[in-house]
Design a protein around this ligand. Structure first.
Ligand code: HEC
Length: 467
């Protein structure tokens, strides 16, 4: 157990060193092998051997089997034979590097961990109490001053859950395109909700054109009158509308001056959208609370640029939070295989997708050779393998003293929460929490100070109740 803990810690450390990816113990140990890998293997398998090993293995992943693969190749399938080009000793070192890198994948092997509804962490005992069940996919959540919750279900429903456990469907919500990853997305209250009653929603908006259904990420605000959303105002829709059904982004965050940030994904148009300022996809946008454009946005004077753009070069940002202690916007985004990132968003900056990335295509092929470039921002951390980050929240509540000041990132793929332990505004450590919780879709700290987690299959929202 101690060994496992040490390994997990080493790997966490390794990942937390992502900013200086070359300072890894592994790297020193396998310096030669990494060089050979970079020279001969990276063009086909990607720069990071840790991304390569996260695959469906076809010819075996024991050291001997890997040596066989490298030595003889699989010529008919496009894998060259390396005998002669690389020495026998060099091939053995490559195999050892690959086997050792498999540890990054194996750290998520939670199969033995028993299912539970009570977790302990940092001296806290946390019980999962269901507050809403039998929905499709909990996407957004907030709480109202009267203690009730507003929860969006991706399929298109907005639920109000009373503190007496009553469940009411709110009417007047816009029609959404609930196909693929599309649907009803995020919900946020205006920071001065008590005075103005504004509620903000994002969703997949659609229209018919040329016999096809096109959609985009859109943002509205409205007010609750009883159980109906009224006084609706359209604030923004990202252009262009597209036929794809994925990478909508759609998270919102307010900062302490009431500027509103919105993430929009690249909509699967990697090579057209994120690097161009002339469309709204693959961007973080910034608005005034009424949807108008702040005059200090970075591209207001750039000809043809979308004026709401705050940063660009993003893939599918589905985590967006305001970190009040340092007045920063933090974001996470789904990468390709091995390129999930946590970023600190900065005005006018290019975050590099798809010119730079730590990942490779899901089919194992590569699309870029580089993970860094002048003028493009490096992530705070990246995940190898990809964890499929879902949901992100900053813990400010006094209800969770052990997690105060930390950031929680949900993992859809590995069913746990990655707690980013922040020290001096740097990710000092990563801890695995709520291991084996189920298909984790989202995690939120609501205005009521409680943390809620949304799980899929079946769709359930739990309050993480300190005991
Ligand atoms: C020209 C592209 C190319 C290069 C360069 C290349 N590979 Fe491969 N490699 C492939 C392909 C394609 C496959 C999948 C073969 C198959 O499906 O049978 C593969 C398969 C493998 C496998 C077996 C994976 C499995 O699923 O069992 C290993 C191990 C491997 N490569 C290691 C390496 C190493 C180490 C290098 C560098 C010395 C390297 N490869 C260089 C294309 C390449």
């Amino acid at each position: 157990m101690k060994q496992i803990a040490a390994l997990v810690f080493a790997i966490a450390l390794l990942i937390s060193c992502a900013k200086n990816a070359s300072v890894q113990k592994n790297d020193n140990q396998f310096a030669e092998a990494r060089k050979t890998y970079g020279q001969y293997c990276a063009t086909c398998h990607g720069e990071k051997v840790e991304a390569f090993v996260d695959r469906q293995w076809k010819h075996g992943k024991s050291k001997d089997e890997i040596i066989t693969s490298i030595t003889n190749g699989w010529l008919e399938n496009g894998m060259p034979a390396w005998k002669g080009t690389v020495s026998d000793a060099g091939i053995e070192e490559l195999a050892e590097l690959i086997v050792s890198s498999l540890g990054t994948v194996n750290q998520y092997d939670f199969e033995e961990v028993e299912k539970t509804d009570t977790y302990s962490s940092q001296g806290m005992t946390l019980k999962m109490v269901p507050v809403l069940e039998d929905i499709d996919s909990p996407w957004g959540l907030t709480s109202l001053p009267d203690g009730s919750l507003l929860i969006t279900d991706r399929e298109g429903d907005l639920w109000k859950v009373g503190s007496d456990n009553s469940k009411i469907k709110i009417s007047g919500v816009p029609a959404v395109l609930a196909e693929g990853q599309g649907g009803l997305f995020d919900i946020k209250l205006h920071p001065d909700y008590d005075e103005n009653g504004w509620i903000y929603l994002t969703y997949a908006k659609f229209k018919e054109e040329g016999g096809e259904t096109l959609s985009t990420t859109a943002m509205i605000r409205g007010k609750l009158s009883g159980n109906t959303l009224v006084q609706k105002e359209e604030l923004f829709e990202a252009h262009p509308y597209l036929t794809t059904r994925h990478h909508y982004g759609a998270r919102m965050a307010f900062d302490d001056e009431n500027y509103l940030y919105l993430s929009v994904g690249d909509r699967g148009k990697r090579d057209e959208n994120p690097q161009s300022l002339e469309n709204g996809c693959g961007k973080i946008h910034r608005f005034n609370d009424d949807g108008s454009i702040p005059q200090d946005n970075p591209f207001v004077n750039t000809p043809n640029a979308v004026k709401s753009i705050w940063s660009y070069g993003h893939r599918n940002p589905q985590g967006l939070i305001y970190k009040p202690d340092v007045d920063q916007i933090w974001e996470h985004e789904h990468g390709p295989r091995g390129g999930d990132e946590v970023n600190i968003i900065e005005k006018g900056k290019n975050f590099g997708w798809p010119v730079i990335s730590y990942g490779i295509n899901y089919n194992g092929t590569t699309f870029t050779d580089i993970s860094a470039k002048e003028g493009m921002v490096q992530p705070q951390i990246y995940y190898l393998p990809s964890i499929a980050p879902c949901g992100m929240t900053y813990v400010s509540s006094s209800k969770y003293p052990g997690w105060n000041g930390d950031i929680l990132v949900g993992s859809l793929r590995f069913n746990y929460i990655d707690r980013l332990d922040i020290s001096e505004n740097k990710i000092a450590n990563q801890e695995k929490e709520l291991i084996n919780i189920g298909r984790l879709r989202n995690v939120f700290e609501a205005p009521d100070g409680f943390i809620y987690v949304g799980i899929e299959n079946p769709g359930t929202v739990y309050r993480l109740t300190p005991q």
